[in-house]
Design a protein around this ligand. Structure first.
Ligand code: SF4
Length: 107
């Protein structure tokens, strides 16, 4: 009997939590970017590629939602995995939601 009440309570909590989580994910995707998308894998990139990214302060997640790689003049949409390419990084993968110090407005 007690187990049934706990199960119903747990189900009710889940029924409230799941739509809230979905709304949060939709809000994140409203920017057109995947918040958890990691494109510049340090285990895959060469040391010179990582050095260039460090020198330009590349971030996988921009600290300014209005200035992201996806709206940068050097960005080129990439493959089906959601990652793009940056012309400054010799075509290396960048996150659409990332940014570096060379961000440039599309003219
Ligand atoms: S220049 Fe910087 S902000 Fe622009 S696409 Fe390349 S990494 Fe992103």
């Amino acid at each position: 009997m007690i187990d049934n009440k706990l199960s119903r309570r747990a189900l009710l909590i889940r029924a409230v939590q799941l739509p809230a989580m979905g709304a949060t994910l939709m809000a994140i995707n409203a920017f057109g970017e995947k918040a958890d998308l990691l494109c510049a894998d340090p285990d895959v990139l060469s040391e010179s590629e990582m050095g260039l990214r460090r020198s330009l302060g590349y971030l996988e997640v921009s600290d300014d939602p209005d200035k992201t790689c996806s709206v940068c003049a050097f960005f080129r949409p990439g493959s089906e995995d959601g990652c793009g390419r940056c012309q400054l990084f010799q075509g290396g993968p960048v996150s659409p939601g990332g940014r570096c110090a060379s961000w440039s407005e599309i003219s």
